[in-house]
Ligand binder design. Structure first.
Ligand code: AMP
Ligand code: MG
Length: 622
């Protein structure tokens, strides 16, 4: 896309009726005004921006951009603003955004342009889907400036609807997956609610703990604060069944059918009437036909009759039981069962026995696994609502870090954390924004944090948060939002920064992990992992299993320790865990050799050989 071919227009010319006739664009929001947020997000996407306004013209002009009033009189609505923009537009295209949507997408111009171009359309409009409902956002559109005469004719004819003139032009709809980005703020209450940080402050969350000491915080308390502070992302999308693998269900999936759909046989054998089974003498029943899976027997069994039946075949009318073929003898067309072989109702699967039509097959919040795909397919479900993927930005900090491909200068190390973090995030199914290595430089750090914040839901950094670190990471994190710095009672991984930062009206949760390569992984698994899952709308606490320790493990009570281990079948055939040699927090090799982590809790002391310990397995079935 050539952004020089696009002019931006902010629609701020309305009466603000639902806001009590205030000028919406100039309402305070996030430390500035709503229009300033829109301007900041639109400017990088286009060649120039102008504002369409009908009052407070000087104030709008104060933003340093042209201000255009409606040509059509009497507040004729956003279409009149669009007309004013088209008449003055000096580029091929005009992109519009309303002044009350401070979260508009950073790729609005690019996506709409792409949609317009591929469809060969005159106008491209943004569309979102939430809980299966499709919503068109006509005030977010990109259109050819040459459409001005068509629009003016529609307005002159009294037309006022933003999409009322669509039948006369070729329109392309472009689907965006983040419905939140198009949220507009309609009432002063809504504005106040959003602006007065409805999200809890860390201080409020922390005040729920009885004894809070950020410099000696138990792991459990840190986990609890994080859990209470993060909030799920609300946007959802519909995806085709296969694409749902690994995603989080956004709503219960209700079964449209009974499973199984009909009463059917659980065995290869003979379907019969339970009332035909005498208690003391053999039953002799005449075989009147065969029922196959997928091809039902279409007659009805009368008393004294039975039907040969295959597994999965629909139960023939009149029959309620199936005797497996190995329990009977057959002479010509007569089947004989010894008394006591069968009870009425045996080996019959009832319709709806697995799942009744109308009941929830899978619950919202579930991460879709292969078995779930199969289950949904068995219900004939072709599309499922899932949470939109979580966007996570991550970078490493440190002047000593070199990226792969660069020479390793003296005293430098290759940046490994970014790769470990990449791996862990990728497995969690996040959309990743890899921001590379950021120098220990205030401006570079601030820029990186702001960029991350404006584009992601969560930010993961490594390095620069430790106690003695003579760098700026902490100061800048604190300046950009509500961030706290902890020393956690754990080894490895004592320092941790956590909170929420904001930039240009967007906010993101921040996890400042320590720099040491093993500490990064431990902190990720025990703090960031569950929080990210919560943001993704899933509840999936870490599952620890119990195993016998093969040897003594030294440990001081009063802090949590995480030791790399190998869990394997011991001499007695039972699982036993052995610690993998050197446990220094910089030693990645022992992490790579390990298949689990032994979790030693605060109160635990030295573990004796043979004692049971908690273990976190690194791998599940994938
Ligand atoms: P810091 O927390 O920034 O003081 O870093 C602690 C230690 O971890 C230092 O020895 C760093 O060199 C090392 N370190 C920090 N970041 C990384 C990284 N991305 N990759 C490898 N080592 C790192
Ligand atoms: Mg550092």
């Amino acid at each position: 896309m050539n952004k020089e071919s696009i002019s931006g227009l902010i629609l701020a010319g309305g009466r603000g009726t639902r806001m009590g006739h205030v000028d919406k664009g100039l309402q305070p929001f996030g430390g500035t005004t709503m229009v300033a947020h829109v301007l900041a997000r639109l400017e990088p996407q286009v060649a120039t921006v102008a504002i369409n306004a009908n009052r407070n013209l000087d104030t709008y002009a104060g933003y340093g951009v042209p201000v255009w009033t409606d040509d059509t009189p009497d507040y004729a609505g956003p279409l009149a603003g669009l007309q004013a923009g088209l008449r003055r537009c000096a580029t091929t295209y005009l992109l519009t955004a309303p002044c009350d949507s401070p979260f508009l997408p950073a790729d609005l111009a690019e996506r709409l342009h792409e949609g317009l171009r591929t469809a060969g359309a005159d106008l491209a409009v943004a569309v979102t889907e939430e809980n299966g409902r499709r919503q068109v956002h006509p005030v977010f559109c990109l259109l050819k400036a040459s459409l001005e005469p068509v629009l003016s004719a529609y307005l002159d004819g009294g037309g006022r609807r933003m999409d009322g003139w669509y039948p006369q032009i070729k329109v392309a709809e472009v689907l965006f997956d983040d419905a939140d980005a198009f949220r507009n703020i309609n009432t002063l209450d809504e504005l106040r609610e959003l602006d007065t940080v409805k999200v809890p402050r860390l201080a409020d969350v922390v005040s729920c703990l009885s004894a809070y000491d950020p410099d000696a915080l138990p792991v459990r308390d840190a986990q609890r604060i994080i859990r209470d502070f993060v909030t799920p992302v609300r946007a959802t999308e519909m995806v085709a069944l296969r694409a749902a693998l690994g995603r989080v269900l956004a709503a219960d999936v209700v079964s449209p059918i009974n499973v199984p759909a009909h009463d059917n046989s659980a065995m290869d054998g003979y379907a019969l009437r339970g009332s035909d089974l005498p208690a003391d003498v053999p039953a002799r029943l005449r075989v009147i036909g065969t029922a196959y899976a997928g091809r039902a027997f279409d007659g009805k069994a009368q008393p004294g009759e039975c039907v040969r039946i295959m597994t999965g075949a629909v139960m023939p009318a009149g029959c309620d039981s199936v005797v497996p073929q190995e329990f009977v003898t057959v002479e010509d067309d007569t089947m004989v069962i010894a008394p006591g072989t069968l009870r009425a109702g045996d080996n019959r699967r009832l319709a709806g026995e697995d799942l009744k039509a109308g009941s929830a097959a899978l619950r919202a919040g579930k991460i879709v696994r292969p078995a779930d795909l199969g289950l949904l397919a068995s219900l004939g479900v072709a599309e499922v609502p899932v949470q939109r993927r979580l966007r996570v930005a991550f970078f490493s900090t440190g002047d000593e870090l070199r990226s792969i491909g660069q020479p390793l200068d003296e005293g430098c190390v290759y940046d490994s954390n970014r790769y470990t973090i990449y791996g862990m995030l990728q497995r969690q199914g996040c959309d990743l924004i890899d921001m590379g290595v950021v120098r220990d430089d205030p401006q570079a750090l601030e820029q990186a944090l702001r960029d991350a914040c404006e584009n992601a839901d969560a930010i993961i950094t490594s390095g620069g948060v430790s106690v003695g670190a003579a760098d700026y990471t902490k100061q800048i994190m604190a300046r950009l939002g509500d961030v706290t710095f902890w020393k956690i009672g754990m080894r490895p991984g004592r320092p941790l920064a956590f909170g929420r930062i904001a930039s240009n009206g967007r906010s993101a949760f921040l996890f400042g992990l320590p720099g040491n390569p093993v500490a990064v992984m431990v902190s990720f698994y025990f703090f960031a992992r569950e929080a990210l899952l919560r943001m993704m709308g899933a509840e999936a606490p870490l599952e620890l299993v119990r195993a016998r320790s093969a040897a003594t493990i030294r440990k001081k009570p009063g802090r949590s320790e995480y030791q790399r281990g190998i869990l394997a079948r011991g001499a007695d055939g039972q699982p036993a865990v052995t610690i993998t040699g050197a446990q220094g927090s910089g030693i990645l090799r022992s992490m790579s050799e390990a298949n689990c982590m032994v979790v030693l809790h605060d109160e635990q002391g030295t573990v004796q050989a043979g004692d049971m310990v908690d273990v976190l397995l690194f791998e599940g079935l994938i």
